[in-house]
Design a protein around this ligand. Structure first.
Ligand code: UGA
Length: 429
C-alpha cells in the first residue's frame, strides 16, 4: 500500500521503516531539511535497536523514501499517518499545534481519497478536530476519513513492538477506512480492536496511565518494604504469578520518566478535570512519582554523609535502559538536585551523555564507569543498562573513596556486593 508518515521522531521513523519493511511503499516527511538529508543517507538521529538496519535495507529496496515535501508524499499516498509530537503545554494539556498544522498542510495538497491516521497521543476528540481542520482547509472537495490508530511502542524495543504488537486499535466509523487498515495490518498476528475514535483515543491514555500506576504502586510498596524489612523484588515476583496482576511494570526504581508517561498522565488528569471528574487516583500516582525522586536524593545524601565536599558517582542518565532519551528522566532530575545540594557529581551513560549535557552542565562527564567511581564517596546506579550489571565491582571498590553503593534500580546482587565490602542499599529491599 502507498503510505506517508508525517513527522520523523521516534514513532514516525519506526512506523515508516517498519511499514516499508512489511512491503509497503512509504515516504516519510519532516520539515527539518538537515534531518531528511541524513535520513536519506541512512543516518539515524536516534538510538533504537534494529532501526538502522531496516532503514538501510528499505532505502536500498526503494520502499522507503524521505522528503521535506508534504505535497510530494500526500499525492502518491492513500494512507497518511500523523506522527508529530504533542508536548505538554504549561497547563499540562497536550499541545496540538503540530497536529493542526499538519492537518492543514495535508488538506491543502489533497488530490483524491485519503485516510488520515492519527498515531500521535492526542486528547479525546482530536479525530473530530482533525476532520474539522481538514474540512476547513480543503482547496477543493475530496473524500477523506480521519481515524485513530494509537501506537504502543516502547523506546528501546520499538521495532519489535511494532512488528509483534499486543493489539492493534483502530478507531473509525468508516467501513472503507476500516477495510483498508485491516488490510494493512493483515500479516500481523495480533488482536484487532475496531472501535469508535473517542474510545481509541481513551485506550491510549488509559493504558499509559495504568502502566504508570503500576510503577507508582510498586514504588510505594517498596517504600513500605524498606521499613518493614521485606524485599520488594520478592514481593513483585509473588504478585506477578497471579495472572490477573502479571510480572510486568512491577520493578521498583527512582520513578517513571520518558516522553510519554509523565506527559500522558498530566494530559489525562486535565481531560478528566475538564469533564468534571477529579481523578484523584492519578494525582496520587504522579505524587508518588515526584516523591520517589526526592526520596532517592535523600537516600544519596544520607548514604554519602551529606553533600558538602562529597563526590557522587552516577551510572546512567537515560530515563530507562537501551535508549539515549533523557526526556523527564528521573536520573537527570536526581543529578540536578544533587548538584544543587552542593555535591560534585561525575556521570556516565553509554548513550545519553550528549543529550544530558545541556541539562546538567555542572556535572563531570566521564569516559566510563570506572572513571565515575574514581575517588567517589558513593556510587549511584540510576539507569538499568546491562553493562552496569557486569562491571568489575572489586576494581571499582579499590577506585572509590569509600565503598558505598546505591542501586536505585535493584539490578545488582546485594549479597555479592556486601561480600566484596560495599555498604549496599537498593530500593525496597
Ligand atoms: C511507554 C509505554 O510502555 C508504551 O506502550 C507506549 O507506546 C509509550 O510509552 C508511548 O506512549 O509512546 P516508554 O515511554 O518507551 O513506553 O517506556 P516504558 O518502558 O513504558 O517505561 C516508562 C518509565 O517507567 C521508564 O522511566 C521506566 O524506567 C519506568 N518503569 C517501567 C519502572 O520504573 N518500572 C517498571 O517496572 C517499568
Amino acid at each position: 500500500m502507498e503510505c506517508c508518515v508525517i513527522g520523523t521522531g521516534y514513532v514516525g521513523l519506526v512506523t515508516g521503516a517498519c511499514l516499508a519493511d512489511m512491503g509497503n511503499s512509504v515516504i516519510c516527511v519532516d520539515r527539518d531539511n538537515l534531518k531528511i538529508n541524513k535520513l536519506s543517507k541512512g543516518e539515524i538521529p536516534i538510538f533504537e535497536a534494529g532501526l538502522e538496519a531496516i532503514v538501510t535495507r528499505c532505502l536500498k529496496s526503494g520502499k522507503l523514501k524521505f522528503t521535506t515535501s508534504t505535497k510530494e508524499a500526500v499525492h502518491v499516498s492513500t494512507l497518511i499517518f500523523i506522527t508529530v509530537d504533542t508536548p505538554s503545554d504549561y497547563q499540562g494539556y497536550a499541545d496540538l499545534t503540530h497536529v493542526d498544522e499538519v492537518a492543514g498542510d495535508i488538506a491543502s495538497v489533497m488530490n483524491g481519497y485519503k485516510i488520515i491516521i492519527n498515531k500521535s497521543t492526542v486528547p479525546v476528540g482530536t479525530t473530530r478536530r482533525v476532520e474539522r481542520v481538514i474540512e476547513e482547509s480543503l482547496k477543493e472537495y475530496h473524500e477523506f476519513d480521519v481515524i485513530s490508530n494509537p501506537e504502543f511502542l516502547r523506546e528501546g524495543t520499538a521495532v519489535s513492538d511494532f512488528m509483534k504488537p499486543a493489539r492493534i486499535v483502530i478507531g473509525s466509523g468508516s467501513q472503507k477506512a476500516i477495510m483498508m487498515m485491516t488490510d494493512l495490518y493483515r500479516k500481523m498476528n495480533a488482536p484487532l480492536l475496531i472501535t469508535d475514535p473517542v474510545s481509541a483515543e481513551m485506550i491510549k491514555y488509559a493504558s499509559n496511565a495504568f502502566l504508570a500506576t503500576k510503577v507508582s504502586y510498586i514504588n510505594a510498596i517498596a517504600n513500605i518494604c524498606e521499613v518493614v524489612g521485606a524485599d520488594v523484588r520478592e514481593v513483585s515476583l509473588g504478585m506477578g504469578y497471579d495472572e490477573r496482576i502479571g510480572f510486568e511494570f512491577l520493578r521498583a526504581g527512582p520513578g517513571f520518566g520518558g516522553s510519554c508517561f509523565p506527559k500522558d498522565c498530566r494530559a489525562l488528569l486535565r481531560i478528566a478535570g475538564d469533564y468534571g471528574y477529579n481523578f484523584k487516583l492519578l494525582e496520587g500516582v504522579m505524587d508518588v512519582n515526584r516523591e520517589q525522586q526526592l526520596r532517592t536524593v535523600d537516600k544519596i545524601k544520607r548514604m554519602a554523609g551529606g553533600f558538602d565536599g562529597k563526590k557522587i558517582g552516577v551510572l546512567g542518565l537515560a530515563f530507562k535502559a537501551n535508549t539515549d532519551d533523557i526526556r523527564e528522566s528521573p536520573a537527570v532530575n536526581i543529578v540536578s538536585m544533587v548538584l544543587s545540594g552542593g555535591a560534585e557529581v561525575s556521570v556516565y551513560d553509554p548513550e545519553a551523555m550528549e543529550n544530558a549535557s545541556e541539562f546538567i552542565p555542572e556535572a563531570k562527564f566521564a569516559g566510563d564507569a570506572y572513571e565515575v567511581a574514581a575517588q567517589a564517596d558513593i556510587l549511584v546506579l540510576l539507569t538499568e543498562w546491562d553493562e552496569f550489571k557486569w562491571l568489575d565491582y572489586t576494581r571499582i571498590k579499590e577506585l572509590m573513596n569509600s565503598p558505598v553503593l546505591l542501586d536505585a534500580r535493584n539490578c545488582l546482587d546485594p549479597a555479592v556486593l556486601r561480600k566484596i565490602g560495599y555498604t549496599y542499599e537498593g530500593v525496597g529491599r
